[in-house]
Design a protein around this ligand. Structure first.
Ligand code: PHE
Length: 363
Protein backbone atom coordinates (compact mmCIF):
# COMPACT_ATOMS: atom_id res chain seq x y z
CA UNK A 1 0.00 0.00 0.00
CA UNK A 2 3.00 2.29 0.47
CA UNK A 3 3.99 2.61 -3.11
CA UNK A 4 0.59 3.44 -4.63
CA UNK A 5 2.06 6.57 -6.18
CA UNK A 6 4.74 4.52 -7.92
CA UNK A 7 2.10 2.05 -9.13
CA UNK A 8 -0.06 4.90 -10.36
CA UNK A 9 2.70 6.43 -12.40
CA UNK A 10 3.74 3.00 -13.76
CA UNK A 11 0.19 2.18 -14.94
CA UNK A 12 -0.36 5.74 -16.20
CA UNK A 13 2.82 5.40 -18.29
CA UNK A 14 1.56 2.12 -19.79
CA UNK A 15 -1.81 3.73 -20.61
CA UNK A 16 -0.16 6.73 -22.17
CA UNK A 17 2.20 4.50 -24.16
CA UNK A 18 -0.61 2.34 -25.63
CA UNK A 19 -0.20 2.77 -29.36
CA UNK A 20 -3.67 1.61 -30.32
CA UNK A 21 -7.00 0.56 -28.85
CA UNK A 22 -5.88 -3.07 -28.51
CA UNK A 23 -2.78 -2.14 -26.51
CA UNK A 24 -4.89 0.14 -24.33
CA UNK A 25 -7.30 -2.71 -23.59
CA UNK A 26 -4.33 -4.91 -22.57
CA UNK A 27 -3.13 -2.20 -20.19
CA UNK A 28 -6.64 -1.91 -18.71
CA UNK A 29 -6.87 -5.67 -18.12
CA UNK A 30 -3.40 -5.73 -16.51
CA UNK A 31 -4.52 -3.07 -14.00
CA UNK A 32 -8.26 -3.42 -13.52
CA UNK A 33 -9.18 -6.82 -15.03
CA UNK A 34 -10.18 -9.80 -12.87
CA UNK A 35 -6.56 -10.54 -12.08
CA UNK A 36 -5.31 -7.01 -12.55
CA UNK A 37 -2.83 -5.44 -10.17
CA UNK A 38 -5.31 -3.00 -8.60
CA UNK A 39 -8.02 -5.70 -8.40
CA UNK A 40 -5.61 -8.01 -6.55
CA UNK A 41 -4.84 -5.23 -4.07
CA UNK A 42 -8.57 -4.65 -3.53
CA UNK A 43 -8.88 -8.33 -2.62
CA UNK A 44 -6.26 -7.76 0.11
CA UNK A 45 -8.55 -5.22 1.89
CA UNK A 46 -10.47 -8.10 3.52
CA UNK A 47 -7.48 -9.07 5.67
CA UNK A 48 -6.98 -5.56 7.09
CA UNK A 49 -8.23 -4.03 10.32
CA UNK A 50 -11.22 -1.70 9.87
CA UNK A 51 -9.06 1.44 10.23
CA UNK A 52 -6.42 0.28 7.79
CA UNK A 53 -9.13 -0.87 5.40
CA UNK A 54 -10.79 2.52 5.42
CA UNK A 55 -7.64 4.45 4.51
CA UNK A 56 -6.37 1.85 2.03
CA UNK A 57 -9.85 1.47 0.49
CA UNK A 58 -10.14 5.20 -0.14
CA UNK A 59 -6.64 5.31 -1.60
CA UNK A 60 -7.29 2.32 -3.89
CA UNK A 61 -10.65 3.73 -5.05
CA UNK A 62 -8.98 7.03 -5.84
CA UNK A 63 -6.25 5.21 -7.75
CA UNK A 64 -8.84 3.16 -9.61
CA UNK A 65 -10.81 6.21 -10.71
CA UNK A 66 -7.62 8.06 -11.72
CA UNK A 67 -6.57 5.11 -13.89
CA UNK A 68 -10.07 4.81 -15.36
CA UNK A 69 -9.98 8.49 -16.22
CA UNK A 70 -6.53 8.09 -17.81
CA UNK A 71 -7.78 5.13 -19.86
CA UNK A 72 -10.84 7.09 -21.08
CA UNK A 73 -8.69 10.03 -22.03
CA UNK A 74 -6.23 7.84 -23.96
CA UNK A 75 -9.16 6.03 -25.58
CA UNK A 76 -10.66 9.20 -27.01
CA UNK A 77 -7.22 10.30 -28.19
CA UNK A 78 -6.72 6.98 -30.01
CA UNK A 79 -10.25 7.04 -31.49
CA UNK A 80 -9.72 10.57 -32.73
CA UNK A 81 -6.46 9.49 -34.35
CA UNK A 82 -8.28 6.53 -35.90
CA UNK A 83 -10.87 8.81 -37.50
CA UNK A 84 -8.16 11.22 -38.65
CA UNK A 85 -6.28 8.32 -40.26
CA UNK A 86 -9.42 7.10 -42.04
CA UNK A 87 -10.29 10.59 -43.18
CA UNK A 88 -6.81 10.97 -44.61
CA UNK A 89 -6.84 7.54 -46.28
CA UNK A 90 -10.38 7.76 -47.65
CA UNK A 91 -10.17 11.33 -48.74
CA UNK A 92 -12.60 12.18 -51.53
CA UNK A 93 -11.80 14.93 -53.94
CA UNK A 94 -15.23 16.27 -54.80
CA UNK A 95 -13.73 18.60 -57.38
CA UNK A 96 -12.62 15.70 -59.64
CA UNK A 97 -14.73 15.26 -62.79
CA UNK A 98 -17.11 12.28 -62.68
CA UNK A 99 -16.05 9.08 -64.46
CA UNK A 100 -17.84 8.83 -67.79
CA UNK A 101 -20.90 6.56 -67.59
CA UNK A 102 -21.82 4.88 -70.83
CA UNK A 103 -25.57 5.12 -71.24
CA UNK A 104 -27.37 2.93 -73.73
CA UNK A 105 -29.88 4.10 -76.30
CA UNK A 106 -33.15 2.62 -77.48
CA UNK A 107 -32.89 1.43 -81.09
CA UNK A 108 -35.21 3.31 -83.48
CA UNK A 109 -36.91 0.00 -84.39
CA UNK A 110 -37.83 -0.67 -80.74
CA UNK A 111 -38.92 2.94 -80.31
CA UNK A 112 -41.12 2.84 -83.42
CA UNK A 113 -42.69 -0.51 -82.51
CA UNK A 114 -43.54 0.87 -79.06
CA UNK A 115 -45.05 3.98 -80.61
CA UNK A 116 -47.26 1.95 -82.96
CA UNK A 117 -48.35 -0.41 -80.16
CA UNK A 118 -49.17 2.47 -77.87
CA UNK A 119 -51.39 4.20 -80.43
CA UNK A 120 -53.33 1.03 -81.29
CA UNK A 121 -53.35 0.05 -77.62
CA UNK A 122 -55.41 3.14 -76.90
CA UNK A 123 -57.87 1.99 -79.58
CA UNK A 124 -58.31 -1.32 -77.75
CA UNK A 125 -55.94 -3.56 -79.72
CA UNK A 126 -53.79 -6.07 -77.85
CA UNK A 127 -50.45 -7.55 -78.92
CA UNK A 128 -50.24 -11.02 -80.50
CA UNK A 129 -47.16 -12.87 -81.73
CA UNK A 130 -46.28 -15.84 -83.93
CA UNK A 131 -43.19 -17.82 -85.01
CA UNK A 132 -40.56 -16.43 -87.40
CA UNK A 133 -40.23 -19.87 -89.04
CA UNK A 134 -43.65 -20.56 -90.44
CA UNK A 135 -45.52 -23.31 -92.21
CA UNK A 136 -46.25 -22.67 -95.88
CA UNK A 137 -49.99 -23.00 -95.17
CA UNK A 138 -50.04 -20.14 -92.63
CA UNK A 139 -47.77 -17.85 -94.61
CA UNK A 140 -49.51 -18.38 -97.96
CA UNK A 141 -52.31 -20.90 -98.52
CA UNK A 142 -54.61 -19.92 -95.64
CA UNK A 143 -54.18 -16.30 -96.70
CA UNK A 144 -55.64 -17.18 -100.08
CA UNK A 145 -52.25 -17.48 -101.79
CA UNK A 146 -52.39 -21.05 -103.17
CA UNK A 147 -49.18 -22.73 -104.47
CA UNK A 148 -49.55 -21.52 -108.05
CA UNK A 149 -50.56 -17.97 -107.13
CA UNK A 150 -48.43 -15.23 -108.76
CA UNK A 151 -48.24 -13.33 -105.43
CA UNK A 152 -45.86 -16.03 -104.19
CA UNK A 153 -43.23 -14.84 -106.65
CA UNK A 154 -43.39 -11.31 -105.26
CA UNK A 155 -42.45 -12.45 -101.79
CA UNK A 156 -38.83 -13.58 -102.49
CA UNK A 157 -39.28 -16.30 -99.92
CA UNK A 158 -36.51 -17.91 -97.89
CA UNK A 159 -37.31 -21.62 -97.84
CA UNK A 160 -36.03 -23.54 -94.85
CA UNK A 161 -34.68 -27.09 -95.04
CA UNK A 162 -37.34 -28.36 -92.70
CA UNK A 163 -40.77 -29.85 -92.94
CA UNK A 164 -43.67 -30.08 -90.53
CA UNK A 165 -46.30 -32.73 -91.25
CA UNK A 166 -45.00 -32.93 -94.82
CA UNK A 167 -45.25 -29.14 -95.16
CA UNK A 168 -42.44 -26.96 -96.37
CA UNK A 169 -41.30 -24.35 -93.84
CA UNK A 170 -40.48 -20.76 -94.73
CA UNK A 171 -39.15 -17.71 -92.92
CA UNK A 172 -42.38 -15.72 -92.76
CA UNK A 173 -42.50 -13.11 -95.51
CA UNK A 174 -45.00 -10.96 -93.60
CA UNK A 175 -46.74 -10.88 -90.22
CA UNK A 176 -50.08 -11.84 -91.82
CA UNK A 177 -49.81 -15.55 -90.82
CA UNK A 178 -50.44 -14.41 -87.25
CA UNK A 179 -53.92 -13.30 -88.44
CA UNK A 180 -54.62 -16.96 -89.23
CA UNK A 181 -53.11 -18.30 -86.01
CA UNK A 182 -55.18 -15.85 -83.96
CA UNK A 183 -58.47 -16.51 -85.78
CA UNK A 184 -57.99 -20.25 -85.30
CA UNK A 185 -57.84 -19.96 -81.52
CA UNK A 186 -59.81 -16.82 -80.70
CA UNK A 187 -63.49 -16.15 -81.26
CA UNK A 188 -64.55 -12.73 -82.59
CA UNK A 189 -64.58 -9.94 -81.64
CA UNK A 190 -60.84 -9.82 -82.34
CA UNK A 191 -58.59 -6.76 -82.13
CA UNK A 192 -54.91 -7.55 -82.39
CA UNK A 193 -51.70 -5.85 -83.36
CA UNK A 194 -48.73 -8.06 -84.32
CA UNK A 195 -45.21 -6.64 -84.23
CA UNK A 196 -42.45 -8.91 -85.47
CA UNK A 197 -39.53 -9.81 -87.71
CA UNK A 198 -40.17 -10.74 -91.33
CA UNK A 199 -37.84 -12.01 -94.07
CA UNK A 200 -37.44 -11.61 -97.82
CA UNK A 201 -34.50 -12.39 -100.07
CA UNK A 202 -33.73 -8.79 -100.99
CA UNK A 203 -30.92 -6.40 -100.07
CA UNK A 204 -30.41 -2.76 -101.08
CA UNK A 205 -30.77 0.76 -99.64
CA UNK A 206 -34.49 0.26 -99.09
CA UNK A 207 -34.64 -3.52 -98.51
CA UNK A 208 -33.07 -5.74 -95.89
CA UNK A 209 -33.38 -9.56 -95.85
CA UNK A 210 -34.71 -9.22 -92.30
CA UNK A 211 -37.07 -6.38 -91.51
CA UNK A 212 -40.00 -5.63 -89.21
CA UNK A 213 -43.71 -5.30 -89.72
CA UNK A 214 -46.72 -4.56 -87.58
CA UNK A 215 -49.91 -6.31 -88.59
CA UNK A 216 -53.38 -5.31 -87.45
CA UNK A 217 -56.57 -7.36 -87.46
CA UNK A 218 -60.06 -6.47 -86.33
CA UNK A 219 -63.03 -8.83 -86.68
CA UNK A 220 -66.55 -8.11 -85.51
CA UNK A 221 -70.16 -8.39 -86.67
CA UNK A 222 -70.63 -4.88 -87.98
CA UNK A 223 -67.12 -3.91 -89.14
CA UNK A 224 -67.00 -2.01 -92.42
CA UNK A 225 -64.62 -0.03 -94.63
CA UNK A 226 -65.43 3.18 -92.73
CA UNK A 227 -63.92 1.66 -89.57
CA UNK A 228 -60.77 0.75 -91.49
CA UNK A 229 -60.45 4.30 -92.83
CA UNK A 230 -61.15 5.98 -89.49
CA UNK A 231 -58.75 3.72 -87.61
CA UNK A 232 -55.82 4.17 -90.03
CA UNK A 233 -56.49 7.90 -90.43
CA UNK A 234 -56.22 8.35 -86.66
CA UNK A 235 -53.15 6.15 -86.52
CA UNK A 236 -51.24 8.08 -89.24
CA UNK A 237 -52.02 11.43 -87.63
CA UNK A 238 -51.08 10.27 -84.11
CA UNK A 239 -47.89 8.56 -85.30
CA UNK A 240 -46.56 11.55 -87.22
CA UNK A 241 -47.93 14.00 -84.64
CA UNK A 242 -49.75 15.97 -87.35
CA UNK A 243 -53.44 16.54 -86.69
CA UNK A 244 -54.10 17.71 -90.26
CA UNK A 245 -51.98 15.09 -92.07
CA UNK A 246 -53.62 14.24 -95.43
CA UNK A 247 -54.27 10.46 -95.64
CA UNK A 248 -55.27 8.81 -98.92
CA UNK A 249 -56.72 5.34 -99.52
CA UNK A 250 -55.68 4.06 -102.95
CA UNK A 251 -57.25 0.89 -104.45
CA UNK A 252 -54.82 -2.02 -104.48
CA UNK A 253 -54.70 -5.79 -104.41
CA UNK A 254 -53.82 -8.34 -101.75
CA UNK A 255 -55.11 -11.92 -102.00
CA UNK A 256 -56.16 -11.89 -98.33
CA UNK A 257 -58.19 -8.66 -98.39
CA UNK A 258 -61.09 -7.62 -100.60
CA UNK A 259 -61.36 -4.77 -101.31
CA UNK A 260 -57.77 -3.74 -100.64
CA UNK A 261 -56.28 -0.28 -100.26
CA UNK A 262 -52.82 1.11 -99.97
CA UNK A 263 -52.55 4.04 -97.57
CA UNK A 264 -50.56 7.14 -98.55
CA UNK A 265 -49.73 10.24 -96.54
CA UNK A 266 -49.32 13.74 -97.92
CA UNK A 267 -45.80 15.13 -98.37
CA UNK A 268 -43.58 17.34 -100.47
CA UNK A 269 -40.06 16.92 -101.85
CA UNK A 270 -39.16 20.59 -102.25
CA UNK A 271 -35.45 21.22 -102.79
CA UNK A 272 -34.75 17.51 -102.44
CA UNK A 273 -35.91 17.37 -98.83
CA UNK A 274 -38.92 15.37 -97.81
CA UNK A 275 -41.51 17.16 -95.73
CA UNK A 276 -44.36 15.08 -94.36
CA UNK A 277 -47.82 16.62 -94.17
CA UNK A 278 -47.26 19.38 -96.73
CA UNK A 279 -47.60 19.75 -100.49
CA UNK A 280 -49.23 17.64 -103.16
CA UNK A 281 -47.08 14.51 -103.25
CA UNK A 282 -47.92 11.18 -101.64
CA UNK A 283 -45.90 8.54 -99.81
CA UNK A 284 -47.14 4.97 -99.44
CA UNK A 285 -46.89 3.77 -95.85
CA UNK A 286 -49.06 0.69 -95.44
CA UNK A 287 -51.27 -1.97 -97.01
CA UNK A 288 -54.80 -2.70 -95.84
CA UNK A 289 -58.22 -4.05 -96.74
CA UNK A 290 -61.36 -5.84 -95.62
CA UNK A 291 -60.51 -9.41 -94.67
CA UNK A 292 -61.33 -11.70 -97.61
CA UNK A 293 -64.31 -13.94 -96.63
CA UNK A 294 -62.28 -16.91 -97.96
CA UNK A 295 -59.67 -16.23 -95.25
CA UNK A 296 -62.34 -16.12 -92.53
CA UNK A 297 -63.72 -19.45 -93.75
CA UNK A 298 -60.19 -20.96 -93.81
CA UNK A 299 -60.08 -20.20 -90.08
CA UNK A 300 -63.55 -21.55 -89.33
CA UNK A 301 -65.15 -18.13 -88.88
CA UNK A 302 -68.65 -17.68 -90.34
CA UNK A 303 -68.17 -15.04 -93.05
CA UNK A 304 -71.90 -14.37 -93.28
CA UNK A 305 -71.85 -13.21 -89.66
CA UNK A 306 -68.41 -11.65 -89.25
CA UNK A 307 -66.40 -9.16 -91.22
CA UNK A 308 -63.16 -7.41 -90.46
CA UNK A 309 -60.26 -5.37 -91.67
CA UNK A 310 -56.53 -5.95 -91.67
CA UNK A 311 -53.45 -3.88 -92.32
CA UNK A 312 -49.70 -4.29 -92.41
CA UNK A 313 -46.86 -1.80 -92.30
CA UNK A 314 -43.08 -1.83 -92.47
CA UNK A 315 -41.50 -0.53 -89.28
CA UNK A 316 -38.16 0.50 -90.82
CA UNK A 317 -39.99 2.59 -93.40
CA UNK A 318 -42.06 4.34 -90.71
CA UNK A 319 -38.91 5.02 -88.66
CA UNK A 320 -36.99 6.31 -91.70
CA UNK A 321 -39.79 8.72 -92.57
CA UNK A 322 -40.45 9.96 -89.07
CA UNK A 323 -36.84 10.28 -87.93
CA UNK A 324 -35.10 11.12 -91.20
CA UNK A 325 -32.92 8.00 -91.40
CA UNK A 326 -31.67 7.77 -95.00
CA UNK A 327 -30.41 4.18 -95.43
CA UNK A 328 -32.27 1.07 -94.30
CA UNK A 329 -29.14 -1.07 -94.09
CA UNK A 330 -27.70 1.07 -91.28
CA UNK A 331 -30.46 -0.18 -88.94
CA UNK A 332 -28.66 -3.51 -88.67
CA UNK A 333 -24.98 -2.49 -88.81
CA UNK A 334 -24.74 -2.37 -85.00
CA UNK A 335 -22.67 0.80 -85.25
CA UNK A 336 -22.73 2.41 -81.81
CA UNK A 337 -22.10 5.90 -83.21
CA UNK A 338 -25.21 5.49 -85.39
CA UNK A 339 -27.21 4.21 -82.42
CA UNK A 340 -26.08 7.12 -80.26
CA UNK A 341 -27.17 9.52 -82.98
CA UNK A 342 -30.49 7.96 -83.96
CA UNK A 343 -31.31 6.16 -80.71
CA UNK A 344 -33.61 7.34 -77.95
CA UNK A 345 -32.88 8.11 -74.31
CA UNK A 346 -35.86 6.14 -73.07
CA UNK A 347 -39.05 4.75 -74.44
CA UNK A 348 -41.42 7.65 -74.74
CA UNK A 349 -44.44 7.08 -76.88
CA UNK A 350 -46.97 9.32 -78.59
CA UNK A 351 -50.65 8.89 -78.02
CA UNK A 352 -53.95 9.67 -79.68
CA UNK A 353 -54.64 12.30 -77.06
CA UNK A 354 -51.83 14.57 -78.19
CA UNK A 355 -48.84 14.06 -75.95
CA UNK A 356 -45.54 15.54 -77.09
CA UNK A 357 -43.47 13.65 -79.63
CA UNK A 358 -40.53 11.68 -78.22
CA UNK A 359 -37.19 13.40 -78.15
CA UNK A 360 -33.98 12.23 -79.76
CA UNK A 361 -31.17 11.06 -77.57
CA UNK A 362 -28.66 13.47 -79.08
CA UNK A 363 -29.05 16.57 -81.23
N1 PHE B 1 -48.97 -8.57 -95.65
C1 PHE B 1 -48.96 -7.44 -96.56
C2 PHE B 1 -47.50 -7.18 -96.97
O1 PHE B 1 -46.61 -7.72 -96.39
C3 PHE B 1 -49.50 -6.20 -95.90
C4 PHE B 1 -50.96 -6.32 -95.59
C5 PHE B 1 -51.37 -6.81 -94.37
C6 PHE B 1 -51.91 -5.92 -96.52
C7 PHE B 1 -52.74 -6.91 -94.09
C8 PHE B 1 -53.25 -6.01 -96.24
C9 PHE B 1 -53.65 -6.50 -95.02
O2 PHE B 1 -47.26 -6.43 -97.88
Amino acid sequence: MDNLDALKSEISDQVAAAADLDALEQARIAALGKKGRITEMMKGLGQMSPDERKTAGQALNALKSDINAAIEARKSELEGADIDARLAAERIDVTLPARPESTGAVHPISQTVEEVISIFGEMGFSVAEGPDMEEDWYNFTALNIPPDHPARQEHDTFYVNAEKDGQRMVLRTHTSPVQIRTMQVQKPPIRIIVPGRTYRCDHDATHSPMFHQVEGLLIDETTHMGHLKGCLNDFCRAFFGLGELPVRFRPSYFPFTEPSAEVDIGCSFEGGTLKIGDGDDWLEILGSGMVNPLVLENCGIDSTKYQGFAFGMGIERLAMLKYGIPDLRTFFDSDLRWLRHYGFASLDVPSLVGRASPTRNSP
